[in-house]
Every structure is written in structure tokens, then in C-alpha cells.
Ligand binder design. Sequence first.
Ligand code: SAM
Length: 235
Amino acid sequence: MNLLLLSEEDFTGANCVQLQGRRFKHVAEVHRASVGDLLSVGLLNGPLGKGRVTTLTSGSITLELHLDQLPPAPLPVTLVLALPRPKVLKRVLIAASSMGVKKIFLINSFRVEKSFWKSPLLGREQMDEFLTLGLEQAKDTVMPEVHLRPLFKPFAEDELPAVIKDTLALVAHPAAEERCPRGLTQPATLAIGPEGGFIPYEIEKLAFIGFRPVSLGQRTLRVETVVPALLSKLF
Ligand code: SAM
């Protein structure tokens, strides 16, 4: 945790917050903070800065805040990700959030197991917890949006054309002839398939809408590896 992410409920005064639970434990046990120390803090969807420790008890910490910095620039990319298995979803959400992705569509695909859609990890609170871990890691405050789209065809036909408007739309596909571009200077939409890959119909559908299939080379990578690899290459 490189940043203490604060919400409005933490405030006890205009510039003062009191923290208990996970964040208190981290500050006490990992930072081993003392009264007077300065810690990196940020307000959820707001500015960042420093918090001076004013009191420290066995169960809570109080900080006096000075918030004067903007959060880091977001990555200009929308991720369209075939819903992975829950434990992979957790890793991907943390990684994407820490890398600055602000918009994610979790979509269905023929090779997504139906049971994945019933996972409790898809609950708003649970996903926010993973996204928060990414923000804390990267010293960012802006919570990404995650949208669930459990029907591929209506999403692809009715919504995706507007999502990719004014962006470079790429679908990561190991069999594609074109190599993934690097160092983009324009916004992108990036589609990533399920563990078994997109089926030909889905690749054709995405290509028809305007996605270019691109490859990262002959090594087929896991979804949790391919997301940071693609984002690093593209931006
Ligand atoms: N056998 C599947 C296939 O050939 O599509 C492998 C799927 S891979 C585990 C999951 C997803 O990661 C793929 O659908 C693709 O979007 C992305 N991916 C993995 N390796 C890739 C590579 N070398 N180039 C482009 N995309 C890749």
C-alpha cells in the first residue's frame, strides 16, 4: 500500500481523518508510523497529498491532511475483457487498476464458463476492493468503471461501435498476422479473449465492427500476463 486511499466517511473535520481496520493495520505494522510522520494519502476520485500522523492508538490513527496534487494521468484505453475465472479476474483488476485503466467491460464469449458469471467476486463491493488495491499500489485515486456485459452479440452490435469511436480498436489474437503496435499516441480499445480464446465468429464480428486482430508473437500468454504486456507495449 503506497497510498492511503480516503473516502468522505473517514473525515472527522475539514482536514482531519481517522482510520481503523485494514489501513490502520498497514500503517501501524508495515509503515510502523509514529506521531509526526508524513504519509502519502489521496481522496477517492480527488486530490493527493500528505497526511501527518497526529494521534496513534492501539486501534486507530488520526491524520491531518494537506491535499495539493492531481492524480496521475489515466491510460487512454478501454479494456474489453472476456470474463476470466474469478482468481484471474482478481489479478487482472488489480493490475489494470494499478496501470491506470479507467474503463473495463467484462463480456461474455462462447468459451467463458457460465458459472463465472455467478461468482460473488463480480459484486460491486468486491470488485471495488480489488480496484482499490491497484490504486493504492500506484498512488492513484480515480476509481475505474467496470461494466458487466453477459451477452456478447447485443453488446458487440449495439454498444461496442460507440465504445470504439475515435479510438484504435485492437483485438489480441495469437493467430493474427499483424503484430501489436507500440507507443500509441491515440486512445485505444483493447479486446482480450477468454482462456480458450475467441471463436472465429467472435473475431469476425469484432473485425466487422472495426477491431484489428493483433498478435504479441508466437507465445500464447495467460490472460493475467497478456493484459500488462499489451498495455506496456501500447503505451
Ligand atoms: N488458445 C487460445 C487462442 O489461441 O486464442 C489462447 C487464449 S489466451 C490464454 C487468452 C487471450 O489472451 C487470447 O484470447 C488473446 O486475447 C490473448 N493472448 C494470449 N497470448 C497472445 C498473443 N501471443 N498474442 C495476442 N494475444 C494473446
